[in-house]
Design a binder for this molecule. Structure first.
Ligand SMILES: Nc1ncnc2c1ncn2[C@@H]1O[C@H](COP(=O)(O)OP(=O)(O)O)[C@@H](O)[C@H]1O
Ligand SMILES: [Mg+2]
Length: 263
């Protein structure tokens, strides 16, 4: 297997504050990596850095062996929030088509091969049946699938998904996770998947990157989601409780932390 993402002793400073320090991780082609950690841990910052959208201050970050922004391979990015405000009337298909020209807003005409690529992405993400409805009128779960379709344009070898489960009910979370796992299987893409909750990804991810306290730890679920590893990252005592095939992360005062599952 080839290393797709190589992070060595990475540090990132933003606005005069050290956001990340000493982060190291090697991610192999085809892996499904769940990225977890409390709000403000630097998860989005790390993804933005590997997309070339945020400068690094020290260490090394290589994507397909090249500095961020220099890789020739397509990267698929699903941001946390939809880029289309309500009330535009723009169809979901137009929104996905816009990615092909690197535009934010819809375009009235695209070539037949481009339109085939848009249909393929909508099909893969499971959004075909409502692709011609206005994006702003779709449900939260439907919008997420359209955003996923945007990220699948040009068959990315690396899919970077920033909290795709946010705002979805448990059933739609499960359906979206299953869809992304299926896409990974069909395309062989490497998946980096930020989630607030570890549990929806337990059955599909290969390894975990847990971020807290400016640092990060990469490994199998059983190696990383443990009291000692998380306590070291958080800088305070944290316990991990397993029950009914679910994981609960609690602090020493027995309060469920931000990364624990929804009860
Ligand atoms: N452009 C910026 N300038 C200054 N601080 C920033 C900037 N972007 C993010 N931050 C800060 O970096 C920290 C990590 O943010 P973020 O990566 O969004 O966290 P997460 O995605 O884990 O919730 C936060 O404290 C946030 O306020
Ligand atoms: Mg974030």
């Amino acid at each position: 297997m080839n290393s797709i993402l190589s992070i060595r002793d990475l540090g990132i400073r933003l606005g005069g504050r050290q956001i990340l320090h000493g982060v190291s991780a090697e991610i192999q082609e085809g892996e499904f990596i769940g990225i977890f950690g409390p709000n403000g841990a630097g998860k989005t910052t790390l993804l933005r850095a590997l997309l070339g959208l945020c400068p690094i201050s020290c260490g090394e970050l290589l994507v397909f062996g090249k500095p961020p922004g220099k890789t020739k391979h397509a990267l698929g990015y699903m941001p946390q929030h939809p880029g289309c405000p309500d009330g535009t009337g723009l169809s979901a298909r137009s929104l996905v088509s816009a990615v092909l020209r690197g535009e934010r807003w819809g375009i009235p005409w695209i070539s037949s091969s481009a339109s085939g690529e848009v249909s393929r992405a909508l099909e893969l993400s499971g959004a075909s049946s409502y692709a011609d409805r206005p994006f702003s009128l779709l449900s939260g779960g439907e919008k997420r699938r359209v955003m996923l379709a945007q990220s699948l344009i040009e068959k990315p070898r690396l899919l970077v998904l920033d909290e795709p489960l946010a705002g979805l009910d448990p059933k739609n979370q499960m359906l979206l996770v299953e869809r992304i796992a299926q896409i990974r299987k069909e395309t062989g893409a490497t998946v980096l998947f930020i989630s607030h909750d570890v549990n929806p990804l337990l059955g599909v991810m290969d390894r975990v990157l847990y971020m807290a306290g400016g640092g990060a730890s990469l490994g199998a679920v059983d190696e990383v989601i443990t009291g000692p590893v998380l306590s070291a990252l958080y800088g305070m005592e944290v316990d991990v409780i397993r029950a009914a095939n679910r994981v609960f992360i609690v602090n020493s005062e027995s309060n469920v932390t931000e990364t624990a599952c929804h009860a």
